[in-house]
Ligand binder design. Sequence first.
Ligand code: F6P
Length: 366
Amino acid sequence: MSKILVCTGGGDCPGLNAVIRGIVKAAKHDKQENEVWGSIEAFNGILKDPPDIRRLKNRTVRGIHVKGGTIIKTTNKGNPLDFPTRDEKGHWITEDRSEELVAKIKQYGFDAVVNIGGDGSQKISQALYEKGMNVIGVPKTIDNDLSATDLTFGFSTAVQITSDSFDKLVTTAASHNRVMIMEVMGRDAGWIALHTAIAGGAEICLIPEIPYDINRILKIIKKRYRKGKGFVNIVISEGAKPMDGEVVGKTSHDAGDTHIKLGGVANHLRAQLEAAGCEAQIRTTILGHVQRGGTPIAYDRILASAMGVKAFDLIKEKQFGTMVALRNNAITSVSLKDAISEYNHVDLDHYLIHTARSLGIAFGGE
Ligand code: F6P
């Protein structure tokens, strides 16, 4: 018998519930009597006194694979190594509670922990593994920025949402002869923007991996208007930046979550275009968190379910310190160490960059 704790950490993502259901159902299907528990709000639940953990039975997970979000909640402020707390003056500080966490997991009798999360969460998984925790990682992010897996669940749903939104903007752009700029998420990787540009038929796609030249973009716009085509649709990744410029965002001063919060580059681009003499009317749309919400598309339910089942298999095989991965159309595992070693930027030799260029999509840079 195994007593398993499941956590979801970092930003939510369509498919999290399907992973949870996969683990619970595989544990039930197993010949041994297993117990699965969820820690509410990543590791915060286990660190609370009394712990905020919930037994996950077959009936708890019934039908949840079609639902967005996570039934066990998540947080960006759940890093046990950098845990937000107040000092005696009431100011927020952070402290390392990882040893306490590892001890509590043992004290409550858990044999294994499944940590479902992105890049940051898997770095935490590796640190906890090194401190003696039996942990298995499951990769999660709409950004698809983990290099150890060919794809993360949630990404395809996000691309479906961005592409549907893009299609809607195309018809209004054409009716008004406007330049439409749509900003999508993705952090430092341009995967969502690149896929959206191809699926939607954008004229211009701006991604973090190719810093853009405003004069080049203006030239493309002017040419299209001169030729009487009359409208331009641009998709821009939140992490895109001009040549010799910086990303647009705010530094978060929240204890436990000091990541830069990207957002607003679409408006920045609009201002740059207007200042450079763009005469066409420009409108911007920042899609934001709708990209992470709602029901996962069928593909993500399937991928997430397979990853949940694989996480349970890895527990049975005692393959701790590994992360589930999709590689060459097979569900497999990689060491957590390898999983966190490289960020998954868009490789400029990727076939989709070639596809986009051949379709006439401009990247606004070299
Ligand atoms: O990593 C997923 C993601 O949605 C990014 O695309 C985005 O930059 C970030 O999370 C937003 O995070 P938050 O939930 O803190 O607003």
